[in-house]
Design a protein around this ligand. Structure first.
Ligand SMILES: *[C@@H]1O[C@H](CO)[C@@H](O)[C@H](O)[C@H]1NC(C)=O
Length: 327
């Protein structure tokens, strides 16, 4: 999870030009100016200290929060499609699903690849490739499983080693080939896996706050894709954003709650002490403009404009293959 291709690329481009850092963080101005006003409540220290502080060891065999107390939730097919497209624009810059992407984006999570930014350092690539191998034993990624299992055994605090890619030579090429092979089922599996493991949990967190609109569900999905729901990363995760937002009052509208939720998230993105997260505050800003016009956008049945990314999502896109990376 958590890919920042767009953000990292923006940093690379800007770093090599003469831009000031404040221009890099387009969505961190006015009420979101980086400073103690909005940042003190997060208690972020330097990024290295934050990593240390965030070093929690799993004790119950999972790195994820327990969801059993959350209500069940249903997602309409159109909502699933639109939410996926919106998040893909934020993550990859356009509406073409990045099934075949694969890069080491140097965020200490190993290779980041595919539709939802599966990473070799956090266990989701491992889980995906395991299920792929169970129905397609001779796939080109299966040979990497034993090295990925080794990575998963490393202590969570040892991010440098968990993010290592030196034992995974050829992984990205294998990933691309399987994702581009239309008979392998790998791209469909990526979608199904994300639906079950991220989209449904995100809708259950939304339901916990009484959020059922398609736009609200899309917002929760994007938050869980970017921030996760792992208690081993206590600085940033959906539960922390919800806690800092505070519960939804009985008379509070969905629109008002979503504004508060996105405001907290945007502050958190702006305040995080690295140069990847603040750049990504543009996605919260785009969601805030959609929520501003809640009645019009709430069902995601109109063209959805993402201003910062200069893209409009309609739901009629071709989303079965990665037309950018596969010929
Ligand atoms: C695992 O334990 C952690 C820490 O106590 C807890 O926050 C989390 O909800 C638990 N996860 C599950 C799936 O039980």
């Amino acid at each position: 999870m958590k890919l920042f291709l767009v953000a990292s690329l923006a940093i690379l481009v800007l770093a090599s030009s003469s831009y000031q850092s404040e221009d890099t963080y387009k969505a961190c101005h006015n009420n979101f100016e980086i400073g103690p006003n909005i940042c003190a409540k997060f208690n972020f220290i330097s990024s290295e200290e934050a990593v240390k502080k965030g070093c929690v060891t799993p004790t119950n065999g999972t790195t994820f929060y327990d969801l059993s107390d959350l209500p069940q939730a249903h997602i309409q097919p159109n909502t699933a499609t639109m939410a996926s497209l919106i998040t893909n624009v934020f993550e990859d810059g356009d509406v073409h699903f990045a099934f075949a992407s694969c890069n080491d984006i140097r965020d200490m999570r190993g290779f980041t690849s595919g539709y939802a930014g599966f990473t070799t350092g956090t266990g989701d690539s491992e889980s995906l490739i395991e299920s792929f191998t169970s129905f397609r034993p001779n796939n080109k990624l299966a040979p990497f499983l034993s090295n990925i299992h080794e990575i998963s055994q490393l202590p969570h605090c040892d991010r440098r080693s968990r993010g290592g890619t030196s034992k995974l030579k050829g992984y990205c090429e294998a990933w691309r080939q399987e994702a581009c092979d239309k008979n392998s089922g790998f791209s469909q599996l990526q979608k199904d896996w994300v639906f079950k493991n991220y989209m449904i949990p995100s809708a259950r967190y939304a339901a916990q706050s009484g959020i059922y609109s398609p736009l609200g569900q899309a917002i929760f999905y994007d938050v869980i894709i970017q921030h996760g729901f792992q208690y081993v990363e206590p600085d940033i995760n959906i539960v922390r954003v919800l806690t800092l937002t505070g519960p939804r009052a009985p008379e509070e509208t969905e629109q008002s709650f979503l504004k508060r939720f996105l405001t907290t998230r945007r502050e958190l993105q702006c305040c995080y002490p690295d140069n990847v997260w603040p750049a990504s505050a543009t996605r919260s800003e785009d969601f805030l403009s959609l929520v501003e016009n809640f009645e019009y956008n709430k069902n995601l049945d109109v063209p959805i404009k993402l201003n910062n990314f200069e893209r409009t999502v309609t739901g009629h896109e071709d989303f079965n293959k990665d037309i950018k990376r596969c010929i």
